[in-house]
Design a protein around this ligand. Sequence first.
Ligand code: ADP
Length: 552
Amino acid sequence: MSLKHYDRLALKMIIMTLSFSLIPLFALGTTIYIQFTTAYQSKVAESAKTLAQNRRASIELFFDERIAQLNTVAQTHPIEKLKDEAFLKKIFDTLLAKSKSFIDIGVIDSQGNHQAYVGPHYDKLKSVNYAQEEWFNAVLTTGIYISDVFMGFRKAPHFIIAVTTIDNNQIYILRATINSAIIDEMVRAGQVGKRGDAFIVNQENILQTQPRFSGQLLGKPTSPDFSSSVGSTVEFVNLKNEENIYATAQIKNPKWVLVIREDVQEEMAPLFKAQFVENLIMIFGILLVVIGTVVTTRTMTRRLEKMELEKAKSEDLMVQSSKMAALGKMAAGIAHEINNPLQIIGDQAGWMKDLLDSEDMKTNDNYQEFEQCIKKIERQVNRSREITHRLLRFGRRMETTQDMVDVNNLLSETITFLENEAHYRDITIQTQYDTGLPEITTDSNQLQQVFLNIIDNAIDAVGQSGKIFVKTAQPSNSSKEILVTVQDNGPGMPKEVLARIFDPFFTTKRADEGTGLGLSISYSIIEKLRGKITVSSEEGKGTTFIITLPVK
Ligand code: ADP
């Protein structure tokens, strides 16, 4: 499997795991978000509505109390007494003691004339006739009347409450003027937060109290028109990018509407805070899931990748071993078969040489030529014999002996065999031996053969002028292995060559220079000695062989 395959696998696993974990997380998060928002919105709306209803209750109570007071006065005193301004003043004082909101009080007969008046505007009002006033006719028909707020000549906002009483079949009106500041105060209690507002509008949508932001007393409010609202309502209104909650409560008498406005941003601040925290938790959760998934998936695929590589490696080793075994058998067979004809060719060449030495042949013109040819035949026969012997040794997988070997000594001895060749080619063999190396139990002859092959190959690879570095080491004092490194600064090998160097008969050298058996034999020897050969090579930089040998 290629590395890309593992990347793709990891990507697929990451996408799958993320979808399975993030989709429910998103669904849960969104559901909580929506549920929470809806619940909080209705809670805010509900509390605005309750506030409006509470304010309305206290305003209605105020009106009911004033009407009750006036009714009590009107019903419990004969009109003759009430017409007496000194008596009326006493009653007025009693009323004032209960509520400072009374401004004046007057008794008016059915023709609209003041029969008595107590209050600060005696001169102006005593002689006024109300017969043509709207309120006068209204109170006569309904029995109780509360006016809208007006300025009048007093230049202060006020309104009137009037009730009727009958005495001696004559209808009279008891009329009181009330300072509307008291209503303003009650409404103001509904102005919550920094941007909240509360006010009252009459049926013509005229402001009856002074709002905080939404307009001027006795003017039109800047809010939507709620003057015809019935009962109590609540709604979210989005005007000019400003979202407000409007809660209204209709007042029975007078027919006013109390409006409470709350700023959504302000009221929902705790919700927004909770949403922010939820978002943070979501982001943190998502990050955690993503990082966790990526890390575990990468770890898993890396482990898989490693296992796959190890498997491939051990399969390679098995293939290599079985290849060697099969080829070894074949090679031994061939070598055996070739040995006999070689023997005969060698003998015959010897015989030809003997014949050449006879007198009559020496005088032959081609004597020199024959002698050269026979020498060549003998040289090549010897070379072939050497190869067949190697093959036989390789094929037979000779029994190993067990000696106590000082690897440093064995290496220096081996290097002396090659020193001349190296010197001749201007190649320096540099050594670095670990003097604390333990002696190992192994087959010294075969091990020397391996060192010879590898250093010889290094000399061949370097060719002319270069360096070979031979080093021994023990990974740690307690280690049961020693390492021998042979490093050269030759041309290195391309991947295709590197993959085949341990194959029997694989060579890149000229036919008369290489047999392709050196490394395959070395490989099988080291395998027999329970060691390991590894090689790394970089084109243009050189090659490093590391032989690992067991101490015992
Ligand atoms: P031979 O030496 O007869 O070719 P080997 O089995 O010893 O056979 O080596 C096989 C091949 O491995 C060599 O032909 C060469 O291409 C390559 N090789 C071995 N050692 C080195 C090295 N140190 N640097 C570069 N190539 C090497």
